[in-house]
Design a protein around this ligand. Structure first.
Ligand code: SAM
Length: 281
């Protein structure tokens, strides 16, 4: 085997942590996680920039009615916290509350953390190291690519419910490209997650909000950020997708560049789904 696909994978060690480097992008090296988006500085930049756009689009970092509880002092967990940007923002706004961010990749700051913030490196599919009902507010966003449909149903959602105390809230924010009707993400988020939650019968109330997110410069600043988030996200999966397409990495980069043009031309949009569920008392 030669050309584009030779010597694709090699490992990089940073202390005890091993990563996979593929076509110049860095990925986690866990065998028991299917997550295939990069975890390098470029991806961190993408996630951090999009945090502000999300707050603008949704008029806030969360939608569950937990503001009062957060002010008084609540225990909050963000699963798949990425760079920890959501946690750090929330911790600053609600100093009486305690925040835990969990991720398989240690890409969160380790120094100068506020005293109400803790980050742990953990695979949520292994079950998190917290007692049942430990948290008032259990949050996750943009993990649709992290699990199979069965894992969402049988592992991830049950784990979120287990961690939530009665009268607490679970919040899920996910997105899919609205222009591709057959997307698994759409099938999963639009139809499955609310239904999974309803069938579990653990909640007294489920709020399912949907927003269409126009992407591209012509719709303004947050829409321009959404387009960058989308295209940079495609770059972040380059290692695996270019490999499976059997194309040179440069060719893949050129395809991503055309996404910017096509998105403007065809008025591509995203669906965002924010689901807030109140656990029964
Ligand atoms: C698209 S990023 C979103 C990060 C963050 N929620 C945000 O909105 O900025 C998804 C994150 O989920 C993490 N992740 C994927 N699978 C995971 C797992 N099994 N357990 C914990 N974290 C996981 C990834 O490492 C990545 O940081």
């Amino acid at each position: 085997m030669g050309g584009c696909c030779s010597r694709r994978y090699f490992e990089q060690e940073d202390g005890a942590i091993k990563y996979r480097l593929i076509y110049g992008r860095r990925y986690h090296n866990l065998l028991n996680s299917m997550y295939f988006v990069a975890n390098d500085d470029e991806e961190a930049y993408r996630l951090n920039r999009y945090h502000d756009a999300i707050k603008e689009i949704w008029r806030g970092a969360f939608n569950s009615p937990v503001e009062e509880k957060l002010r008084q002092g609540a225990h909050v967990i963000d699963i798949g916290c990425g760079t920890g940007i959501w946690i750090l923002d929330m911790a600053q706004q609600y100093p009486n509350s305690k925040f835990v961010g969990v991720d398989i990749s240690p890409i969160q700051p380790t120094e100068g953390l506020p005293s109400n913030v803790k980050f742990i490196q953990y695979n949520v599919l292994d079950g998190l190291p917290y007692e049942d009902s430990s948290f008032d507010f259990v949050h996750e966003q943009f993990m649709v690519l992290a699990f199979t449909e069965t894992q969402w149903k049988e592992k991830f959602i049950p784990e979120m419910i287990r961690l939530t105390r009665p009268d607490g809230w679970i919040e899920i924010l996910e997105a899919d490209p609205g222009t591709s009707d057959g997307a698994i993400t759409k099938r999963l988020i639009k139809a499955q997650i609310p239904r999974i939650l309803e069938n579990i019968n653990a909640f007294s109330e489920i709020r399912n909000q949907h927003k269409i997110i126009n992407i591209g410069k012509k719709y303004g600043k947050s829409s321009e950020e959404s387009l960058k988030f989308y295209a940079r996200g495609l770059s972040s999966i380059k290692g695996f997708i270019a490999t499976s397409m059997n194309i040179m990495p440069e060719h893949y980069d050129a395809l991503v560049e055309t996404v910017y043009i096509e998105a403007e031309k065809y008025s591509t949009y995203f669906n965002h789904y924010r689901i807030c569920a109140h656990k029964k008392i």
